[in-house]
Design a protein around this ligand. Structure first.
Ligand code: HEM
Length: 119
């Protein structure tokens, strides 16, 4: 199973101040630190996306299928997209409950005053 990384972890590896340069492409995490000097498109573009999602930029650069294949050489894991979603506990306030509750007897239905009586 692939190593899972939190987005916040990847964001820290932005290639600045001697840190490694990681980027995200299609949910995968790549360490391109050693590739910076070799990338035919230059190291700067990779650094620009250091710690970020470069999926769009990678696609827009019109990479060849060879470049796609090369990706796997730098893959170190995947983004943990299955992180538990923080669900806020919904507290139904007492006020709301009473608001919607029928309190006491509703006003007694008025007797018809139209004069119609069946008895
Ligand atoms: C691990 C990620 C990446 C790999 C393995 C990779 C690989 C390559 C390869 C092999 C080429 C040569 C042309 C080709 O075969 O398509 C290339 C060119 C290029 N790459 Fe990347 N690339 C990566 C990420 C990026 C990113 C994030 C950008 C951001 C814009 C980028 C921009 C470019 C550009 C502009 C060129 C064209 C250079 C030229 O033709 O003058 N690449 N890349």
């Amino acid at each position: 199973m692939s190593q899972l990384y939190e987005l916040s972890e990847v964001e820290q590896q932005n290639g600045k101040n001697g840190k490694p340069c990681w980027l995200i492409i299609k949910g995968n995490v790549y360490d391109v630190t050693k590739f910076l000097a070799e990338h035919p498109g230059g190291g700067d573009v990779l650094l620009e996306y250091g710690g970020k999602d470069a999926t769009k930029a990678f696609k827009q650069a019109g990479h060849s299928s060879d470049a796609e294949k090369e990706l796997k050489n730098y893959k170190i894991g995947e983004i943990n997209s299955a992180a538990p979603i923080q669900v806020q506990p919904t507290s139904i306030t007492a006020a709301k409950v009473t608001e919607n509750t029928i309190s006491g007897d509703p006003e007694p239905a008025k007797k018809s005053s139209s004069g119609f009586c069946c008895c």
